[in-house]
Design a binder for this molecule. Structure first.
Ligand SMILES: *[C@@H]1O[C@H](CO)[C@@H](O)[C@H](O)[C@H]1NC(C)=O
Ligand SMILES: *[C@@H]1O[C@H](CO)[C@@H](O)[C@H](O)[C@H]1NC(C)=O
Ligand SMILES: [Ca+2]
Length: 409
């Protein structure tokens, strides 16, 4: 209440003191100067008199007001300052904002720069990578080139091998042709061979004619092939027995005489089984050549010589007609079985002619003893004999050759 009053007072008083106080507001002082004297009148004077009386208190109050005003002024100034400050701050704020913007800009720029740096470093890295790749490319190019060279060499190699293979193919085809011709020759030869074998089978069941004398192979049906000496230069005789030097033992068993023994190039006997098979198949003639130690020779020939089977004890089944120079010392033995020292088929009981005179177709023994003991000098006891060609008792034969051949009809 007091404050309101003082304020009102202040308002009323203000124009009078106004001249002594510097005023910043013209409108306010003008109001006071214009209106106060008229408005006041008698009322104002009556009210103001006490106040003017108390000058000291007024002054105090004035001072107070002054102070107050001053304070107000101060506050006003302060306000202005404040405003200035605010403006400054505003300006500063604006500047700051600008600065901030700039900073932001700079920051952005920095970021951009950083990014640029980053990009730069990345670029550098890329550059390095590209460099590296380029060097690798160079290396790869070099490798490719060397590989191409190798490839070239290999192509050459393949080419030459191809050439080689071509040559081989030609060689192979040549060889095939040769093989074919060889095969043809082979089949021709084999057919010729089989032809020859057929011929062999037909011809070689006895010695060939008009061929060199010598040893030939003979094949008889049912028997293994065997070798015989052949007198083939003119007639084709097969030698079946030979005595020339006494080197072979002729005092042998039935089985030996059955299968034959001795050396076909020397003394030997062909064997009774072979004689049987040869003379059974075809009619044969027999030629006996005889010789003495002084070199004189003779012969006996029979034109139908045939020997029986083992079941027939290799019987002298036939002889045919005799011819010759030595005389007939064998016809008496016709139809006699063969006798060996171990197979007695002769006509004498309690005596084996073979044990004494050698194996033969003995009857009561024989006039011919061609398997008897051999005496080199022709002188001996119970030696080789052809009785019809014997002039002296002790004159023995030192050469015998019995031969047969198929009869030519
Ligand atoms: C051999 O001796 C016999 C008598 O023993 C005789 O007749 C013959 O002429 C003789 N031969 C030769 C070739 O000497
Ligand atoms: C033949 O041999 C038999 C048995 O060894 C013998 O008994 C016989 O006397 C011999 N004959 C001759 C002529 O040597
Ligand atoms: Ca007897």
């Amino acid at each position: 209440m007091l404050r309101l009053l003082s304020y009102l007072l202040g308002l009323l008083i203000f124009p009078s003191v106004q001249g002594g106080i510097a005023s910043n507001s013209k409108d306010q002082s003008m109001c006071v100067l214009q209106d106060a004297p008229q408005q006041c009148g008698s009322f104002c004077l009556a009210a103001l008199n006490p106040i003017f009386d108390d000058t000291d208190s007024m002054r105090t109050t004035l001072d107070e007001i002054k102070a107050e005003l001053k304070a107000g002024l101060d506050s006003r100034l302060k306000q202005e300052l404040k405003e200035d400050f605010a403006n400054s701050i505003q300006a500063l704020q604006t500047k700051l904002d600008a600065r901030l913007d700039r900073t932001e800009e700079l920051r952005m720029m920095k970021i951009t720069a950083d990014v640029n740096d980053d990009l730069k470093s990345q670029l550098n890295t890329l550059h390095d990578t590209i460099k590296h790749l380029q060097s690798q490319l160079k290396i790869s190019e070099g490798q490719i080139k060397s590989k191409e060279d190798i490839l070239k060499v290999k192509e050459e190699l393949i080419k030459s091998q191809h050439e080689h293979l071509k040559n081989r193919d030609e060689q192979i085809s040549d060889l095939r042709t040769e093989i074919n011709s060889i095969d043809n020759i082979k089949s021709e030869l084999s057919s010729q061979l089989s032809e020859l074998q057929k011929t062999d089978d037909i011809l070689h069941d006895s010695c060939p004619s008009d061929s060199p004398n010598g040893i030939y192979q003979i094949k008889l049906r049912g028997l293994e092939p065997f070798k015989v000496p052949c007198v083939s230069s003119t007639f084709g005789w097969t030698v079946i027995q030979r005595r020339i030097d006494g080197s072979e033992n002729f005092n042998r068993t039935w089985n030996d005489y059955k299968s034959g023994f001795g050396n076909v190039r020397g003394e030997f006997f062909i064997g009774l089984e072979k004689l049987h098979r040869m003379t059974e198949a075809r009619p044969h003639e027999l030629y006996i050549k005889l010789g003495k130690v002084n070199g004189s020779t003779s012969y006996a020939h029979y034109d139908d010589f045939k020997i029986g089977s083992e079941e027939e004890e290799y019987k002298l089944k036939n002889l045919g007609k005799y011819s010759g120079e030595a005389g007939d010392s064998l016809s008496d033995n016709k139809n006699q079985k063969f006798t060996t020292f171990d197979r007695d088929n002769d006509n004498i009981n309690d005596f084996n002619c073979a044990s004494t005179y050698g194996a033969w177709w003995h009857k009561a023994c024989s006039d011919s003893l061609l398997n008897a003991k051999y005496f080199k000098d022709g002188k001996g006891y119970r030696g080789i004999l052809w009785y019809s060609w014997q002039e002296n008792e002790d004159e023995l034969l030192t050469f015998v050759e019995m031969m047969i051949r198929p009869k030519s009809l």
